[in-house]
Design a protein around this ligand. Structure first.
Ligand SMILES: C[S@@+](CC[C@H](N)C(=O)[O-])C[C@H]1O[C@@H](n2cnc3c(N)ncnc32)[C@H](O)[C@@H]1O
Length: 242
């Protein structure tokens, strides 16, 4: 459903313009410090895309880094980064991922959980729980329900960056927001792809986490604020395998 095939290179090029990885990194490092994860802890990034976050973690001295992404195109982009040496990548649907090694921390940031349909969300959280060590940490975000609904009402957004025209066209229903992302280059080249973001409310997610063996240790908004505002887009969780 969400293939991130044609748009992978554009996601890689432009995503940092819309959300700061630095805020995410700061939040992750602070959480590791608070919950005792050291630089030699084993970290898996689910939906790692082009492995930017893993690269930043490597630069900060983390040594045992793993990434998984369902999109072959994204994994190919990640593999092009020569500095990835020492980072192990898997091209797989996380729902089918099994591992003999257990991780100290599992990350899943920037909308990945919203790509998982409701019927699969328990399996997704259960698998995250299974591959963690006891007391292991699960850090992830979801897009706030109100934020996705607000986008749906706007119908579309257009942005011009340099000579490139980016357009997001939204169709909303009660279960998901369908986003048609299209890019038109100066030379007339045009690509477009649909992605789906399933709508979750916080209560549903927190009940599912509990049922899947997690305790929520911390919840913030947009990786910074302890409270929700009308501008909040992301709900960010730090959970412990209980
Ligand atoms: C919006 S991107 C976020 C990428 C990355 N976490 C970041 O911070 O830039 C979502 C990524 O999740 C991946 N993804 C979606 N569903 C997945 C699944 N079931 N298993 C593994 N990867 C998945 C997509 O291929 C895509 O690369």
């Amino acid at each position: 459903m969400n293939s991130y095939t044609k748009i992978a290179a554009y996601y890689s090029k432009f995503s940092s313009l819309f959300f700061s990885k630095k805020d995410i990194l700061r939040f992750i490092e602070k959480s590791f410090l608070n919950f005792g994860d050291k630089k030699d802890c084993k970290i898996l990034d689910i939906g790692c895309a082009d492995a930017k976050l893993l690269f930043l973690l490597k630069r900060r001295g983390f040594e045992k880094l793993y990434g998984i992404d369902i999109s072959l195109k994204m994994i190919e982009l990640a593999l092009k980064r020569t500095f990835l040496k020492g980072i192990k990548l898997y091209n797989l649907n996380f729902l089918n991922f099994t591992s003999r090694k257990k991780f100290d921390a599992v990350l899943c940031t920037m909308d990945v959980v919203n790509h998982i349909p409701k019927k699969e969300i328990f399996g997704f959280f259960k698998n995250a729980n299974t591959i963690l060590k006891k007391n292991g940490i699960f850090i992830f975000d979801i897009n706030a329900k109100e934020y996705l609904q607000k986008l749906g009402k706007r119908r579309f957004i257009v942005k011009k960056i340099g000579g490139t025209l980016l357009r997001w066209k939204f169709s909303l229903n009660s279960r998901y927001l369908k986003i048609n992302f299209s890019v038109r280059e100066k030379n007339g080249e045009n690509v477009s792809e649909d992605v789906y973001q399933f709508i979750y409310d916080e209560e549903f997610i927190e009940n599912a986490l509990k049922d899947c063996g997690f305790e929520v240790l911390k919840k913030v908004y947009d990786y910074r604020l302890p409270f929700k505002t009308k501008f909040s887009s992301k709900v960010c969780y730090v959970c412990k395998k209980s």
